[in-house]
Design a protein around this ligand. Structure first.
Ligand code: NAG
Length: 176
């Protein structure tokens, strides 16, 4: 177990990544594989004419935001969910409710509510239709507490803040 940890840490250092394989609590189970760092490609904003183009989706806060480079995790696309892998658990990307067309998003640990996502490496993230809105791959990103990401299902925009329309693309993994 100790040896595996060391290998994972050396590997991650060699790749220029953070040494800690699991940056967040809660602690995952003690299965050896769960301690290993899983490396994947980021999800990035794809909207060339905007200042947020190329920024990465962050999993570091419960509210998804776009940040600069630094993504060191990987995503699971399972049964209509988008999960950010954390040691044999996932933070699932869930779509909240709102009277406005822009819907709040959250990362929820081990709790998958939204099962209407379509996403895969090299493709745009798409939310399937529900009783409330049509399928869409449009997101609204607003300069609030960082660049906060919403699913955009219409034309509403929150007042008083700068927002940009974007799509989110799952990058294909290339070895660093
Ligand atoms: C984002 O908002 C902050 C605070 O209101 C402001 O200082 C900054 O210029 C804004 N940035 C952009 C790119 O709109």
């Amino acid at each position: 177990m100790k040896y595996i940890w060391t290998v994972a840490n050396v590997l991650s250092l060699a790749l220029g990544l953070a040494a800690a394989p699991v940056p967040w609590p809660p602690t995952p189970s003690d299965i050896v594989w769960c301690k290993l760092l899983k490396i994947g490609a980021p999800i990035v904003a794809d909207s060339p004419s905007t200042p947020i183009h190329g920024l990465q989706l962050s999993v570091d806060t419960a509210t998804p935001t776009l940040v600069g480079k630094g993504f060191t995790g990987s995503y699971d696309f399972i049964s209509g969910g988008i999960g950010a892998w954390r040691g044999c658990h996932d933070y699932w990307l869930n779509i909240g409710t709102s009277p406005y067309s822009y819907k709040p998003l959250t990362w929820d640990f081990d709790y998958k509510v939204t099962t209407t996502w379509t996403a895969s490496a090299g493709s745009l993230v798409r939310a399937g239709a529900t009783a409330d809105y049509l399928a869409t791959n449009t997101f609204l990103v607003c300069n609030q507490t960082g660049w906060v990401v919403y699913l955009q299902t219409g034309t509403d925009v929150p007042p008083g803040v700068t927002c940009y329309i974007t799509q989110l693309k799952v990058n294909t993994f290339t070895f660093p």
